[in-house]
Design a protein around this ligand. Structure first.
Ligand SMILES: Nc1ncnc2c1ncn2[C@@H]1O[C@H](C[S@+](CC[C@H]([NH3+])C(=O)[O-])CC(=O)[O-])[C@@H](O)[C@H]1O
Ligand SMILES: O=C(O)C(=O)Cc1ccccc1
Length: 242
């Protein structure tokens, strides 16, 4: 079990921008489960979807893998020796812990844990690509190019799973859904101060798009088959198939 997230439990003089550093690594499994509605269901669903789309002798990419929860779900569900998972993150603290975690499981399906910026990856022979709550941390100007590169690197019949925090098209609706999400965090034991300080830390770091912006990006890249396969409040997961 990972330690309890109390990063924002005491009043901070100044709230620094959120970063995936060692302090976050130590509490990450607890933080993400208590903060993201549907996180466990999405991780399980990624394994189930991988069973449908992972092709023999192909590559699977887990982009912004953090501790590799999606990678583990895929390795367990698919477990094909002929396929490789490339689990990539640009946080050295995350990558170090991810390597340790993955090496503790002996599935047939191998994994390469790579410290890199996902913008620098050349996708080859890809049948399944996962962006599980990662695209939202890239500057908006980098998002289309990444989706284009993924589309180009995917084999015919391969799939991209993209999970994101969404912003709602209407301001009034957005305010209410954000409130409902904050109530979800309160029910999971976060105080009003923790919620407020984390929100400040994420300002200009996690920049959510609308569903329509994601759909437009899929279309622009060349995808014609895509849909929302999961949503809980303002947290959704899409699948796009080539
Ligand atoms: N340019 C980048 N290149 C590589 N990694 C990046 C980049 N930008 C951000 N990251 C990485 O993207 C991850 C986002 S967390 C993903 C959860 C995981 N997918 C999970 O299924 O548990 C989402 C969250 O915490 O809400 C972090 O580990 C960053 O270091
Ligand atoms: O905590 C939040 O409010 C979020 O939007 C999700 C999240 C979860 C873990 C790290 C950063 C953001």
């Amino acid at each position: 079990m990972s330690k309890k997230d109390n990063i924002y439990a005491n009043q901070l003089e100044q709230v620094e921008s959120f970063s995936f550093d060692q302090k976050v690594v130590e509490v990450f499994p607890d933080m993400i489960k208590r903060s993201v509605p549907g996180y466990t269901a999405i991780i399980d669903g990624i394994g189930q979807l991988a069973k449908k789309y992972v092709q023999p002798t192909s590559n699977v990419y887990d982009l912004g893998c953090s501790l590799g929860a999606a990678t583990l779900s895929i390795r367990q569900a698919v477990n094909k020796e002929s396929c490789t998972v490339l689990a990539i993150d640009n946080s050295s603290a995350m990558i170090e812990r991810c390597r340790l975690i993955q090496s503790g499981y002996n599935f047939d399906m191998p994994v390469d844990v790579i410290e890199a910026d996902i913008n620098d990856i050349e996708f080859e022979n890809a049948s399944f690509v996962v962006l599980n709550f990662t695209l939202q941390f890239l500057p908006r100007g980098q998002r289309q190019q990444l989706i284009n590169k993924i589309y180009q690197g995917l084999n015919t019949g391969g799939a991209l799973v993209l999970s994101e925090k969404l912003t709602m098209g209407s301001e009034q609706l957005d305010a209410n859904i954000i409130d409902v999400h904050h109530d979800f965090k309160k029910l999971n034991g976060y105080s009003d101060m923790e919620i407020a300080q984390k929100r400040a830390a994420l300002e200009n770091v996690l920049i959510p798009d609308t569903r329509e912006q994601h759909y437009q990006r899929f279309k622009e890249a060349g995808f014609t088959q895509f849909d929302t396969w999961f949503q809980h409040y303002n947290f959704a997961s899409f699948i796009a198939v080539k």
